[in-house]
Ligand binder design. Structure first.
Ligand code: BEZ
Length: 240
């Protein structure tokens, strides 16, 4: 091998709209076959740089605390770092037994945490970004739909803890867009007006501009009401 060459195989980064790359892995909840085991559910696959580190600990506690909210969106969580299984187990036990953060304590991380010592999964998902670190995964987030298609990708650097309310908003917005055939505007929250697909003909543009139910800022930018109640009844699942 010539100087400067490495044996790391360059892979294309996964993209929105791609099938989620498949893998089998050992996790803190047993073996998983991804994404096959998650067919029919939404899933957030996310990486963190290292166990026993402060930002990651705050993130895991927050995500575990919100797991029930994601479950109501039929959305499962799967974590990953390049640490080993015993490190993962020890870290999750420490979190439950010793750590209190923002009023969250005694929190059990019930979702699987993948061990990825070989970095095989991290490399498949573009989670190792050498400009940030050669030895740790960045904070990657992949939102994958029930058909195993990647719908959103976000990468954060090591120093920046994720906004989990935003991750919840992303899953809810994607499901709302699918269910109601609309798009969601900047800073959308449930109950805010939503965007109707841009008119595809002069006739539809004219109808839109004249409609009482649709508000048009111009012919190509029209919104309509979608109540929080409609979203709650059609998307958010409640335990019976
Ligand atoms: C952290 O989680 O605190 C952390 C992990 C790796 C690098 C920097 C910060």
């Amino acid at each position: 091998m010539e100087e400067g060459q490495t044996n790391i195989v360059a892979r294309p980064m996964p993209k929105i709209g791609d099938k989620a790359p498949s893998f089998k892995a050992t996790t803190t909840q047993g073996e998983i076959n991804f994404p096959t085991d998650y067919r029919g559910s939404w899933v957030i696959l996310f990486s963190h740089p290292a166990d026993f580190t402060p930002v990651c600990t705050s993130e895991f506690m927050t995500f575990a605390h919100m797991e029930k909210d994601f479950a109501k969106l039929n959305c499962k969580l799967v974590g990953l770092s390049v640490d080993g299984l015993y490190s993962h187990i020890a870290w999750l036990r420490t979190i439950k037994e010793k750590i209190e953060y923002k009023g969250i304590r005694n929190i059990e991380v019930k979702f699987p945490l993948i061990e990825d010592i070989t970095m095989e999964v991290a490399n498949k998902y573009g989670m190792i970004q050498p400009g940030e670190s050669n030895t740790k995964a960045v904070r990657a987030v992949f939102v994958i739909d029930p058909k195993g298609i990647i719908r959103t990708i976000i990468y954060y650097p090591l120093s920046l803890g994720r906004n989990f309310s935003e991750l919840y908003r992303i899953v809810l917005a994607l499901q709302t867009a699918d269910k109601f055939a609309i798009a969601t505007p900047a800073n959308w929250q449930p109950g805010d007006d939503v965007i109707v697909p841009t008119a595809g003909s002069c006739g539809i543009a004219k109808e839109r501009m004249a409609s009482k139910d649709i508000k048009c800022h111009d012919w190509f930018f029209c919104t309509k009401k979608l109540s929080k109640g409609d979203i709650e009844t059609k998307i958010i699942q409640r335990k019976k």
